[in-house]
Design a protein around this ligand. Sequence first.
Ligand code: HEC
Ligand code: HEC
Ligand code: HEC
Ligand code: HEC
Length: 253
Amino acid sequence: MPRIAALIFLLGVLISSLQGAGAAIVNLGDGGGVNAHPHNLSTNNNSSNPGVIRSTTEDQICIFCHTPHGGSAKGPLWNRPDPTVPAGGTFDLSSRPGLNIASAGVVGTSLYDNSDPDSYPNGATRLCLSCHDGVTAIGTFLVGNATMTDNYMSVDGTIELSSTHPVSFVYNNATKKPAMSIPTVGDAAILDGADRMQCTTCHDPHTHTNDGTYTLPMWRYYGSGGTDENADYSAMCTSCHVGTPGVPDIHNM
Ligand code: HEC
Ligand code: HEC
Ligand code: HEC
Ligand code: HEC
């Protein structure tokens, strides 16, 4: 009997440690809306870090990005103005002729076209940059506004497209290199409704995965390699860049 009791105890420890591992995820609505998700910009962000950007006046969470009425058609019930993509914020492929998505046949058929500031960046990437450009006021919505502890993105959170993985391009047989693969339906490496790679291919804005032990932020592939962060990371990249590390041309780009 003691042995069974010990087994039950160990099982309990195992289950609670598995639950502990799962606790890395915080969804935006968790805790009745009171949580430390970095995208919880409301007064209900209960992070103890004084540097966290949040509002001193607005207690709703979703309003920073969505509104039930009067939103823009650029995103789901989207409550944000267009970003002001800063100088150098485009990803100019003319200096990278080796890339398939930079080839002449591709640019101009709008598979990758950064010549029009109104259409590039596009899709969810454009939505992300309405805060992550570092220059658009976080607390100014299409409908309403909020006073923030800091109304502009931190330096760390500011994303330069010129030093980011290419985004806002159509990913298909014309843009991929021959050895690359296209994620199948149901694969978490999502392309958007227009078959484009976006920030949301790698990140899910509603899910906080960076709890300090797991460092990949808002990782859409969280858990795809069990609880192993490295496996989650490579599962993301190799869903397109198939290859074996150490083998020449392994990147298959
Ligand atoms: C920091 C910005 C941000 C906040 C805050 C936010 N969302 Fe979103 N949400 C987005 C973006 C960006 C998309 C579009 C994602 C895409 O195109 O892949 C989206 C999409 C959605 C969608 C469409 C389905 C989907 O998942 O693509 C729903 C539903 C949604 N959000 C609900 C909510 C709710 C409910 C809240 C508040 C608890 C919320 N969101 C807060 C950024 C946000
Ligand atoms: C309403 C403004 C807003 C929008 C829109 C927004 N973010 Fe954020 N995001 C923030 C803020 C504020 C932080 C915290 C940055 C800081 O404190 O340095 C943040 C942090 C992050 C982080 C780091 C999280 C961590 O755990 O360290 C990621 C990744 C991120 N955002 C991705 C996205 C993506 C992808 C989109 C679009 C789908 C998006 N964000 C849209 C405001 C926004
Ligand atoms: C190919 C996958 C991928 C794409 C696409 C991607 N990210 Fe990330 N992002 C990462 C990884 C991995 C990290 C963590 C390591 C790092 O910081 O470089 C990260 C980190 C971040 C952070 C935390 C701050 C930082 O720089 O470390 C923010 C904010 C962020 N990404 C926003 C974005 C936005 C906005 C876009 C779209 C313009 C985007 N990401 C596109 C993979 C991606
Ligand atoms: C949805 C598919 C997809 C995913 C997922 C993806 N990539 Fe890419 N990546 C591409 C495409 C397409 C290109 C451009 C290839 C070309 O034009 O020749 C590219 C280009 C690159 C480049 C070259 C960029 C340059 O400017 O020279 C690097 C490095 C890279 N990816 C690394 C990564 C890493 C690391 C990850 C995971 C964090 C990742 N990729 C995830 C599709 C993807």
